[in-house]
Design a protein around this ligand. Sequence first.
Ligand SMILES: NC(=O)c1ccc[n+]([C@@H]2O[C@H](COP(=O)([O-])OP(=O)(O)OC[C@H]3O[C@@H](n4cnc5c(N)ncnc54)[C@H](O)[C@@H]3O)[C@@H](O)[C@H]2O)c1
Length: 353
Amino acid sequence: MDKIRLGFIGCGKIAQVRHIPEAHRREDVILAGYFNRTRKKAEDMASQYGGKVYDTYQEMLEDEHIDAVVVSVANILHADVTIEALKKGKHVLCEKPMAMTLEESELMVKTAEEEGKVLAIGHNQRLNSAHERARELIEEGAIGKVLTFRTTFGHGGPEEWSSSPGKDVWFFYEDAAGMGAMADLGIHKTDLIEFLTGQKVVEVSAMMGTLDKKGSKGNLISVDDNAICLFKMSEGALGTMTVSWTYYGPEDNSTVIYGSEGILSVYEDPDHPLKIVKKNGEVLTFEVDEMQTNDNQTSSGVIDVFIDGIRSGEDTILSGKVILSAMRAVFACEQSFDEGKTVKIEENGGMKA
Ligand SMILES: NC(=O)c1ccc[n+]([C@@H]2O[C@H](COP(=O)([O-])OP(=O)(O)OC[C@H]3O[C@@H](n4cnc5c(N)ncnc54)[C@H](O)[C@@H]3O)[C@@H](O)[C@H]2O)c1
């Protein structure tokens, strides 16, 4: 296959610090075009990396010289733009959260299948070497049967991260973000816990709240800034997921899995990113990469998975079909909180309070 000509729909922070530089490092990719609703960001990328600036994303999708697109616009637009792009014959890498409803998420997957195109979702946590190694260790039985877990993702919020920073950042508005910390961070850890344990979330109970984040006028924001969820997994493991935009200090990206033969921790011990403490007290540590944080951007590997997926035609570790399961659990958590009930996820993907 010739070089893949990639277009970027949304040239905000994630495109600027990850997707565009990661694509630029590949010799088999041409950075062909950019769209951003404030044109200046697209122009900046074009002048730095080369390629065309489009006035609308539809114009990019009509262009037969574009083979694939990276969708990294505000959450609320993910599904519509992705489906439109797939229907125009483009492969799509879409940022998380995949969509705002389960129906939209399912339609994205169905459209990719119908069109025979790759749909990947930007779940970089799956590709992190500590998480990859932890999954292998758990699979090999290093901590025995997984019994319980806790997984956390918390930092001080997205207001300084965004390429349009400030107290009124779009992440804080329901009409642009859909959900708050739950969708922004919770989707990462919901998916991660399924990835690590090899089990699906089958039952959830969730509390969400807007505790502290305020817009410039002093009003609380319209989406959640904290969520705490209880998960029951398909083989019986129980655990918690905590996500927060109000950890005003160091970021917490830790996961601890308690098994019948020992405890595995990732990013819990500052000196050892991946550690196992066996039942008999033996301590095992492993050489792995640091986690990417907002302040420490290392290569995520997401673009590599996407491009390799286009070349191979095989399903990837980030494929929309795989991520659907975690989306189900996130929407179940929303339902649980809204209705004040535990929600079961049925085998056919339905939900029952
Ligand atoms: N995988 C990850 O770890 C990760 C990390 C950060 C962001 N993201 C996701 O990437 C996407 C883009 O986020 P970002 O960090 O680049 O943010 P950003 O604020 O820097 O950029 C936002 C982008 O969305 C566009 N946009 C479209 N409609 C908008 C609206 N109504 N309000 C504001 N902006 C609008 C902007 O033009 C810009 O291109 C989001 O979906 C976010 O969840 C993923």
